[in-house]
Design a protein around this ligand. Structure first.
Ligand code: ZN
Ligand code: ZN
Length: 315
């Protein structure tokens, strides 16, 4: 299912099975998660320099010829030699190439990936349950790490990433306060089921001063809201690749050594850590599956918030 230009539906086309180069793996795609970033790419908010392109960057694939299952994340390639790559921050590499943006991704029957950036998938984890861990889980995990030792954490937006990270945070004996669309009782009850100690609308004040907040929703107006909900010294982490404009806010909201930061991409260390944790928590994902030719419908359902948890494509 190929992206051919901004705003156009992905189109079903037939390609020859790709040929792996040295160091690359040929993967039979067993599942591929749908991420909010796929919508940003589709809508042109994150640019694809060189279409046509196969989107999809949460691939669970079976290595052709040896039955091993591997996961392919957003980070598809890095240079290995710049100041970021050599200091544990390969997520910031300026020459990085991303799966489903610069490299063809997993909304396909077959995919190719650089073996050095793939993760082994733990045994016992179903394909469709593993797929959302590979971006929603990973980048959410990185966001959670940026919260340091925070005990009370607000989650603004409760979709694919939040429903995974809520379980990790609860397992780490932290308290999650989930903020959803005002009046979205269904998602609020979903959040409580996943371990949130409180759930309410983003227009409601936090019931306790928070130590940290993660803004998962791509809505810049939530940033000042989150800053006002954290105590002095607290941190607000923006967990998405794109966000609408952040409105002006008073310096009082940042005063008291509050920290506002973004999280960019992932490192392989984030992936190793989360996939090691997943069976121990254990993380249970809520997924809605779609066949490959219905990926456009999955994207629209994500845009409209028609499911809880994550959407996964099964070729
Ligand atoms: Zn680099
Ligand atoms: Zn993603």
């Amino acid at each position: 299912m190929v992206f051919e230009g901004v705003g156009k539906p992905l189109r079903l086309v037939e390609h020859a099975t790709p040929e792996p180069a040295a160091g690359e793996l040929l993967l039979r795609v067993r599942a591929c998660g749908v991420c909010r970033t796929d919508l940003h790419l589709h809508d042109g908010e994150v640019e694809i320099a060189d279409p046509p392109r196969v989107l999809g960057h949460q691939i669970v694939g079976e290595v052709e010829g040896d039955e091993r299952r591997v996961g392919v994340p957003w980070l598809g390639w890095t240079c290995g030699e710049c100041m970021y790559c050599t200091s544990g921050r390969e997520n910031l590499c300026e020459r990085a190439r991303f799966t489903g943006r610069d490299i063809d991704g997993g909304f396909a029957e077959w995919s190719i990936a650089d073996g050095r950036y793939c993760f082994p998938i733990p045994e016992g984890l179903a394909d469709e349950d593993a797929a959302p861990l590979l971006c929603a889980g990973l980048i959410g995990y990185r966001s959670l790490r940026m919260c340091g030792e925070a005990r009370r954490i607000g989650f603004y937006g409760f979709g694919a990433a939040a429903h995974i990270l809520c379980q990790v945070a609860a397992w780490q004996e932290r308290e999650v306060y989930a903020f959803t669309w005002p009046g979205d009782r269904g998602t609020q009850s979903f959040a409580r089921d996943r371990g949130a100690v409180w759930a309410g609308g983003s227009d409601e004040p936090a019931p306790e001063a928070l130590d940290a907040a993660i803004v998962f929703a791509p809505d810049g107006s939530l940033v000042p809201t989150a800053l006002r909900a954290v105590r002095p010294g607290g941190v607000v982490v923006c967990g998405g690749i794109h966000m609408s404009e952040i409105p002006a806010f008073s310096y009082d909201d940042l005063w008291g050594e509050r920290v506002l930061r973004s999280v960019a991409n992932l490192t392989r260390r984030d992936g190793d850590e989360l996939l090691e944790l997943a069976p121990r928590v254990p993380i249970e994902t809520s997924v809605t599956t779609y066949p490959l030719e219905r990926v456009n419908e999955a994207l629209e359902d994500l845009r409209e918030g028609r499911f809880d948890g994550a959407a996964v494509i099964i070729p």
